[in-house]
Ligand binder design. Structure first.
Ligand code: ATP
Length: 451
């Protein structure tokens, strides 16, 4: 395996994320809470850049796709109608010896057999599993001061239902015509039986979903279109081609609402796993909501006056999972002048910091010039100023967080007004006039690897 293809070990990534302020364990000072994570200063920036990239590709670049931000709490009937109260569950088994709980379907896949014929993955005891029982993954809470059945509410397990219950609102208030889409980014909650693999599977996460409403009969073609568009986008944000593959769901494995579904799987450090799904949800959700609410959720096609309940093609990706894929993909270790350099080769436009600015030494007017460069660059770029430590150490720190450019103000800068610009990937340095710097950096960020 070449260094380019080598996978980062999960613990290296977790350690980098903590050390450099991308991701921390939640409630660390109390011993942490299992599989909940907090995003630190750089994690927040990277997450924001990924969210923005998705929003630009899915909303801003399409006349016919509009945004929505629906509430996390919805009318409880939504989840009855959607089928989540009845069927959004995983089969749970417990080992009667060590009392650890597992998803029976995951054990099956792991052990390629019935779980009770195999040993418990934790204590190894055989034949001591309980019968599988369906465990509903929705978090329940109460709305208002009464804690009784009439006050039960759920934290949404997917953002999609917000788009379905607002279908009519969007149709009546904007000038969209079928085919059109509603895109949404927001938190979702699932009481997963076996969360894990760092931020891959957590109980609280963020989804980026788009529901595309189409005329029945055109759904299969639109499914292909969105499959291709989403594959192209994953390449565009820089994920290596050989680490993305398509998994087609077998008919007997389809979700209750789906006519067809594929996953884009990514080769995570712990193996191939789902990153994004594209689903043909048919008219299942709109028809069910129409029936349960008594409100017409039809589309009237103006020229022909024909009426129909649209079919929905959904694209659904987890922002946190995407962030994990992007970090795993970007992580590289290489030998430079006899030392190991850790570098995150993030696509420059996604990097939490676009440019770091250093005065070579803290004297001779260099900090003043560096600070005025920072003030100028800040108007359009995300900038970090660092005056402490050896220049080599400052470069290494930026490499580890994926900063594409480092600008250094040195002795020559004080004489001729030029600064050095160091490139994260090629390690080349060239001199640029400080006056032209902002334009030059913007140009490079927009270059072949930039946007
Ligand atoms: P899985 O099979 O991994 O449980 P799913 O098929 O139930 O996922 P979807 O309901 O299609 O997932 O959700 C769309 C996307 O949301 C997934 O592709 C994934 O990126 C993300 N996602 C789902 N569950 C979680 C979770 N528990 N933690 C983080 N991201 C998640």
């Amino acid at each position: 395996m070449t260094p380019e293809n080598r996978q980062v070990a999960m613990d290296q990534l977790v350690s980098l994320c903590k050390r450099r302020g991308f991701i921390y364990q939640s409630s660390d000072i109390y011993g942490g809470v299992q599989s909940v994570y907090d995003y630190g200063p750089l994690g927040v920036e990277l997450k924001q850049n990924l969210r923005d990239a998705w929003w630009r590709a899915m909303v801003r670049e399409h006349d016919e796709i509009v945004g929505l931000d629906a509430g996390i709490l919805m009318h409880p009937q939504v989840w009855v109608t959607s089928g989540h109260v009845g069927t959004f569950s995983d089969p749970l088994v417990e080992c009667l010896n060590c009392h650890r709980r597992f998803r029976a379907d995951e054990l099956d896949e792991l052990e390629a057999g019935r779980p009770d014929e195999q040993g418990c993955p934790v204590c190894g005891t055989k034949g001591k599993f309980t019968e599988p029982r369906q465990f509903n993954l929705m978090f329940k809470t109460f709305m208002g001061p009464l804690e009784d059945e009439s006050a039960v509410a759920y934290l949404r397990p997917e953002t999609a239902q917000g788009a379905y219950v607002n279908f009519k609102n969007v149709l009546d208030s904007s000038r969209v015509k079928v085919p059109f889409g509603i895109a949404q980014v927001g938190k979702a909650f699932r009481n997963e039986i076996t969360p894990g693999n760092f931020i891959f599977r957590t109980r609280e996460f963020e989804q980026m979903e788009m529901q595309y409403f189409v005329e029945p009969g055109t759904d299969e073609e639109w499914f292909e279109t969105w499959k291709d568009r989403r594959r192209a986008w994953l390449a565009e944000i820089g994920l290596r081609d050989d680490r993305v593959r398509i998994h087609e769901h077998a008919e007997d494995k389809l979700a209750h609402y789906a006519k067809r579904a594929i996953d884009f799987e990514y080769s995570f450090p712990f193996g191939w796993n789902e990153l994004e799904g594209v689903h043909n949800r048919t008219d299942f959700d709109l028809s069910r909501h129409q029936e349960a609410s008594g409100k017409k959720l039809e589309y009237v096609d103006a020229p022909t006056n024909s009426r129909f309940v649209p079919f929905v093609i959904e694209t659904a990706i987890g922002l946190n999972r995407l962030l994990l894929a992007v970090l795993s993909d970007a992580y590289h270790e290489e030998e430079v002048e006899g030392e190991t350099r850790v570098v995150l080769r993030l696509k420059p436009s996604l990097a939490p910091t676009s440019v770091a600015v250093f005065p070579l030494v803290k004297k001779d007017g260099m900090p003043d010039m560096a600070e005025s460069i920072v003030a100028d660059l800040r108007q359009s770029l995300s900038v970090f100023y660092d005056a402490g430590g050896s220049i080599g150490r400052r470069y290494r720190r930026q490499d580890e967080t994926g900063t594409p450019f480092c600008v250094t103000v040195d002795g020559q800068s004080m004489e001729d007004g030029t600064v050095t610009v160091r490139d994260r990937d090629s390690l080349s340095q060239d001199r640029v006039s400080a006056d032209a710097l902002r334009g030059v950096l913007q140009e490079r960020l927009r270059g072949p690897l930039g946007e």
